[in-house]
Design a protein around this ligand. Structure first.
Ligand SMILES: [Zn+2]
Length: 126
């Protein structure tokens, strides 16, 4: 982005993390009203933040994504969000893939447990 001030980028992350003060939010709002580039970037960040939040799929424990994100250092958290805003399609695909993989994994575990029970039952009969 051409907007040279990294100050606003840091502010965007702070606002999205609900860590910004009212004053900081105002500063950002004022800049976004004037700077289309930052406004677009902020919207992309918001979009990828929403996608990340959707990771908290019913299959996963409540607050799973949140706790994972919270365990990451702030710098990494912002880097993931940055990556997500640069690759919204990939992020969406990754987010759809995670619950599917969890489901496949769970189903596979169940099946091998059932097989074991079946083998046990048949060896008892003979
Ligand atoms: Zn700007």
């Amino acid at each position: 982005m051409n907007c040279t001030s990294k100050k606003y980028l840091a502010l965007m992350n702070k606002v999205l993390d609900h860590e910004a003060t009212k004053q900081e939010e105002q500063v950002l709002d004022q800049h976004l009203a004037l700077c289309e580039e930052c406004r677009m970037h902020f919207n992309q960040l918001k979009y990828s933040t929403n996608l990340l939040n959707q990771l908290a799929h019913p299959q996963l424990p409540v607050g799973f994504t949140k706790s994972v994100l919270e365990q990451l250092p702030l710098e990494k958290r912002h880097a993931i969000r940055e990556w997500g805003s640069r690759h919204p399609m990939l992020t969406a695909v990754a987010i759809c893939a995670v619950p599917t993989l969890v489901m496949i994994g769970a189903r596979h575990q169940n099946r091998s447990k059932n097989d074991y029970v079946l083998i046990n039952a048949s060896s008892d009969q003979s």
